[in-house]
Design a binder for this molecule. Structure first.
Ligand code: ATP
Ligand code: ZN
Ligand code: MG
Length: 498
């Protein structure tokens, strides 16, 4: 890497009278830098009134910005005692950082706080007017990483996710070719709305969804010893900062705003306008709500991990097996919405497991066995399993590749006869199962007495289980497989509409 930094230290008073001493100090400091990295050099030293400015250049691994805070302390210590002079402020006037990229960029990139120049495999970032806080918060190293990551991502864009078949049920005879959502709407079992991607489940559809929930709990989670927890559906941003969701999917969250105040006087105009216009006074509303600091649950696991923050788990509690079925998930699916299978608000059960690597690999086998029992014996589904790499692990670049099958995600996919040919059409991901190594364990500082911990989760989408089952088995309970009929033989009558 190549660094060229121009910095200015502002002293608490005039230092021209101790110019020699400062020069001597910087010169010895410079020597100590050379011992760390031969290419590091301090040059163009200038002292004027209360300002000391110089350049630090280096062509090795030594990053000049990392030494400035240390230098400030050293200078203040040296001259504070003798002359009662300290450094008030550091300001990097200009900073040029050049580094080699692994791959040649495919197009221009930009990042905040700096100009980026790309030439073949060489990247240069130019910063101006960097203050001390910027240094303390370690932004510069992250900016370098971000440039590398953005170039790397140019090669993934549009490539789709990694997908490798690991198991398939084989063909099953299908009873119909209709889209179950449309048919349920016609029968008034379901009603779309009240807004985009949301549904009202009338008694018949609700009974099917609730049966899915019961089957998942009775046939999979309870037999394996999972215990239920109840979590909040409102997730503060600091949790998503830790899991990486905030940088991963900011365009998919439903954001939550709090009122800026409960003071009725402040809301008076809003109330009056509502009474008079019988419309929502959005401009007035905006004055009385805060900027979002949270979002609606995207997946349940982040809050579950948060609940273990900083805890040491007793060996006898391992593996921790818990699940949430209360929090409702919200995702802004935009153009992708379809029926009840891709919605903006959905109901999931999410089991989370924390334990040793051996415990989790063993649990995965048991979960797979129970899931297979449900999909083969109870639903008699045509389905398959594939190894995939979700975005948040693909970015880390470590987890989920075919060579390493300890960590990663398995997607469960069902054939949807209404979508056409089983070879050509897209199958529906109706759930997944992941083992994520120590990613979240580290992020939330979770420990055991002795063991190294890993964690994982599985997302059971009730709407997805429902549509997968109905798309293959139809809406007539008499024709449903016996195993399923043990749970639900007939549907509630519902309301007759005239
Ligand atoms: P997809 O690729 O279909 O968007 P995803 O990879 O975003 O799915 P995950 O984040 O892995 O989904 O969530 C796990 C499970 O949550 C899915 O297997 C599915 O059961 C359910 N799910 C996710 N998004 C939706 C949605 N928009 N509507 C209904 N269920 C969903
Ligand atoms: Zn999860
Ligand atoms: Mg998705």
């Amino acid at each position: 890497m190549k660094f060229d930094l121009k910095v200015d230290f502002t002293f608490s008073g005039d230092v021209s009278s101790i110019k020699r001493e400062i020069e001597a100090f910087i010169s010895s400091y410079s020597k100590s830098l050379i011992r760390q990295d031969k290419s590091a050099k301090i040059k163009s030293l200038k002292i004027q009134k209360n300002s000391l400015s110089f350049d630090i250049v280096s062509e090795g691994s030594f990053r000049p910005h990392n030494v400035l805070l240390q230098m400030k302390n050293a200078i203040s210590k040296e001259f504070g005692k003798k002359h009662h002079l300290g450094v008030r402020e550091i300001n990097i006037e200009k900073y040029k950082i050049g580094f080699e990229l692994v791959k040649k960029p495919l197009k221009k990139i930009t990042i905040p706080f700096a100009d980026v120049k790309l030439e073949e495999k060489q990247a240069t970032i130019m910063l101006k007017d960097v203050d001390e806080e910027f240094l303390q918060r370690n932004y510069i190293d992250r900016m370098i990483t971000l440039v590398k990551e953005k170039v790397e991502n140019q090669y993934y864009e549009g490539k789709g996710e990694f997908w490798k078949l690991i198991w398939e049920s084989g063909e099953k005879k299908q009873v119909w070719l209709k889209d179950p959502t449309e048919e349920m709407v016609k029968l008034s079992w379901l009603k779309q709305g009240p807004t985009k991607g949301k549904w009202f489940y009338r008694p018949q559809a609700a009974a099917i969804l609730k049966t899915m929930e019961k089957i998942a709990i009775d046939e999979v989670l309870k037999p394996l010893g999972f215990q239920e927890i109840i979590e909040s559906s409102m997730v503060p941003f600091d949790i998503w900062l830790k899991t990486g969701h905030l940088e991963g999917m900011p365009g998919e969250f439903y954001y939550i705003t709090e009122p800026a105040t409960r003071d009725t006087e402040k809301w008076e105009r809003f109330v009056d306008l509502t009474k008079i216009t019988k419309e929502v006074p959005f401009d007035e509303l905006q004055k009385n709500v805060s900027i979002p600091t949270a979002g609606i649950c995207y997946a349940q696991c982040p809050v579950i991990y948060w609940s273990f923050t900083g805890k040491t788990i007793s060996e006898k509690s391992l593996p921790v097996l818990i699940y949430d079925k209360t929090a409702v998930s919200g995702r802004y699916e935009s153009g992708g919405r379809h029926g009840i299978e891709r919605v903006d608000e959905f109901h999931r059960i999410e089991p989370v497991y924390i334990g040793t690597k051996e415990q989790l690999l063993n649990l995965r086998e048991k979960l797979l066995e129970r899931y297979k029992h449900v999909f083969n014996e109870i639903f008699k589904l045509e389905w398959r399993m594939a190894w995939v790499t979700p975005w948040y692990l693909a970015q880390a670049g470590k987890i989920g590749d075919a060579g390493n099958q300890d960590t990663g995600t398995i997607d469960f996919e069902a054939y949807m006869p209404y979508r056409g040919d089983r070879k050509k059409s897209e199958w529906l991901e109706f759930q997944n199962l992941s083992i994520l190594g120590d990613k979240y364990i580290k992020a939330f500082n979770i420990k055991a007495q002795k063991s190294e911990l890993w964690s994982g989760c599985s997302g059971i989408g009730l709407e997805r289980w429902t549509t997968a089952f109905l798309a293959q088995k139809g809406l007539d309970p008499d024709k449903w497989p016996t195993g399923f009929r043990k749970y639900l033989k007939e549907l509630p009558e519902g309301t007759e509409f005239l």
